[in-house]
Design a protein around this ligand. Structure first.
Ligand code: AMP
Length: 293
């Protein structure tokens, strides 16, 4: 595996792969890699000839300086995991390489970012869209892999690619969970034992929404209320939002007559966790039961 920290040699390395008519797969990450990231990398490995993984903690997408400061950084272990999974190139640029100067041009994200995390984290998706666009320009992959765990991010990227005619195929990978339902996240490392015990509350609330939709409730408000009520009252837990949205536009639904996304953000102590589940009304999708993976 090649470890590259600068744009020019990365371009040369990928250009050589492309000259050998190799399909380039790309997995952008912020590191602290876990089995969720591994699932994306494995998919890319199966479907592409040359796999590039980027590891870059993007300051532009952090709305709270302390979140950026405390974001877990485990570069040596990340490289080890990448090598074990057969990655061809790990691209780990520093901030000065990605942003030699304050960028004059950034990407604004419209309606798709007006709810959920977009509403609660000002500038977050502008930061995500800007860095992903930069990375697409640098790597120029044929396919790029994103997790459904960050469903609004995935929707933003799909809109970005459509709106700017970026020649990349976006692939979605199902959320990887712990046995108790907690979605794997680099931020889970920050939970203490008591917080870890409380953390699956968000998944359980989303399951409640899914159950209610599967039973045929078409009014989103009672579905939402039942899900919110499923979050235990506990001083260590604060639900930031829980909404039912249309999966492509990420706009709240007025009536449930097709698959909807139940998405939430829960503060567990000082750690903010997000998760989502697709909810299918009766007769439209997979039977209610275990999460589709
Ligand atoms: P991050 O390093 O958190 O920016 O995540 C990098 C990519 O991994 C994003 O596309 C995430 O959606 C994806 N990802 C993170 N956690 C999971 C998970 N538990 N299951 C599937 N994909 C994930």
């Amino acid at each position: 595996m090649d470890v590259i920290d600068a744009v020019a040699p990365l371009r040369d390395r990928v250009a050589a792969a492309r000259r050998a008519s190799r399909r380039v797969g790309f997995v952008p990450t912020m590191g602290a890699l876990h089995l969720g990231h591994a699932r994306l990398i494995e998919r890319a490995r199966r479907e592409c000839d040359c796999v590039v993984v980027s590891i870059f903690v993007n300051p532009l997408q952090f709305d709270r300086p302390e979140d950026l400061r405390h974001y877990p950084r485990t570069l040596p272990a990340d490289f080890e995991m990448c090598a074990r999974l057969g990655v061809d190139v790990a691209f780990a640029p520093g901030t000065a390489e990605m942003y030699p100067a304050d960028p004059s041009c950034t990407i604004q994200v419209g309606r798709v970012a007006s709810h959920l995390c977009g509403r609660h984290r000002p500038g977050h998706f502008a930061g995500v869209a800007t860095v992903v666009m930069k990375l697409f320009q640098i790597v120029q992959p044929d396919r790029a892999y994103f997790g459904e765990k960050d469903a609004q991010q995935l929707a933003v990227i799909r809109h970005l690619v459509r709106d700017f005619n970026v020649p990349v195929q976006v692939e979605a990978v199902a959320t990887v969970r712990e046995p108790d339902g907690l979605a794997l996240s680099s931020r889970n490392q920050r939970l203490n034992a008591e917080e870890r015990r409380l953390a699956p509350a968000l998944y359980r609330a989303l399951c409640e929404a899914r159950r209610s939709v599967a039973e045929g409730t078409t009014d989103p408000e009672p579905v939402r209320r039942a899900a919110v009520a499923a979050v235990p009252r506990h001083e260590g837990l604060r639900l930031e939002y829980l909404e039912l949205v249309e999966p492509d536009t990420m706009q709240p639904v007025e009536s449930i007559d097709g698959p909807v996304l139940a998405a939430g953000a829960l503060w567990v102590g000082s750690t903010r966790l997000i998760d989502n589940l697709t909810c299918d009304p009766p007769g439209t999708g997979a039977p209610a039961g275990p999460v589709r993976e």
